[in-house]
Design a protein around this ligand. Structure first.
Ligand code: HEC
Ligand code: HEC
Length: 193
């Protein structure tokens, strides 16, 4: 009886602790790390990383070669004042009848702004993970906002319907979103941390 009384307060405290204070179990952390591999695979796929670059010219194709016609990021990511992305890229992909090399499209087509490049092409997994969580480098988003972005942003969804002969991201979108959630719910553990 005495022992029961002694553990009771601790039990109550645990029950009252807000969800955010709950620490992920080692198994959950391991699942989170495993799920991050899928997140990494998608973020670094050319359909995503062609825009998430350290340089100032978007990349093209699976070969990730610089964009033709000297297209550049410009002051806000939407191209040089004289040649904005919207000159060629519309709100959706060009009709198939325009041929496989017609410009693809999605709302707000552009690169991230120069002071927040979100350049995750080719960076090691641990660095990518740190970047995704760092509000100074991800456009001031917390993980819930990032989750919403990867679930429904039109530029993200374009990666699964890229038009022309471009290959879509190979991991199904639902699987990517589920992996992001598993990683997040496990406390967003980073490889090697
Ligand atoms: C055409 C260029 C382009 C492509 C393709 C693209 N992105 Fe982005 N991405 C952007 C821009 C621009 C922003 C900044 C948006 C903003 O700040 O509102 C951004 C921001 C983000 C962010 C930061 C969160 C946020 O709310 O801003 C994430 C995460 C992201 N992209 C993931 C992806 C993934 C995953 C893919 C591929 C499935 C992808 N992006 C494909 C241009 C692109
Ligand atoms: C003068 C027209 C033009 C302008 C301006 C332009 N693009 Fe493009 N872009 C194209 C065309 C055409 C393609 C398709 C090329 C092909 O498939 O052969 C393309 C392809 C792309 C791709 C390749 C997608 C992939 O994964 O292969 C990205 C990314 C891209 N553009 C980003 C941008 C961004 C960002 C801007 C503005 C900063 C921009 N483009 C401005 C014409 C343009």
């Amino acid at each position: 009886m005495r022992r029961l009384l002694a553990i009771l307060p601790a039990t109550i405290l645990l029950a009252l602790a807000p969800a955010a204070c709950k620490r992920a179990s080692p198994e959950q952390q391991a699942q989170g790390l495993e799920a991050f591999k899928t997140v990494e695979q998608v973020f670094q796929h050319p359909r995503c990383s062609n825009c998430h670059i350290p340089g100032d010219a978007p990349l093209q194709f699976d070969t990730q070669t610089p964009h033709a016609m000297n297209v550049v990021r410009g002051p806000d990511g939407h191209g040089a004042p004289g040649l904005p992305c919207s000159t060629c890229h519309g709100e959706k992909n060009s009709p198939a009848s325009y041929g496989p090399h017609a410009p693809p499209g999605a709302p707000h087509w552009g690169l991230p702004p120069p002071d927040q490049k979100m350049a995750w092409i080719g960076v090691p997994a641990a660095e990518l993970c740190a970047m995704i969580k760092d509000k100074k480098r991800n456009g001031d988003r917390d993980l819930d906002a990032m989750f919403k972005h990867v679930s429904e942003d039109k530029l993200v969804l374009w990666g699964w319907e890229p038009g022309g002969e471009r290959k879509p991201v190979p991991v199904p979108h639902e699987r990517f979103v589920a992996a992001f959630k598993t990683w997040m719910d496990a406390g967003a553990p980073c490889p090697g941390a």
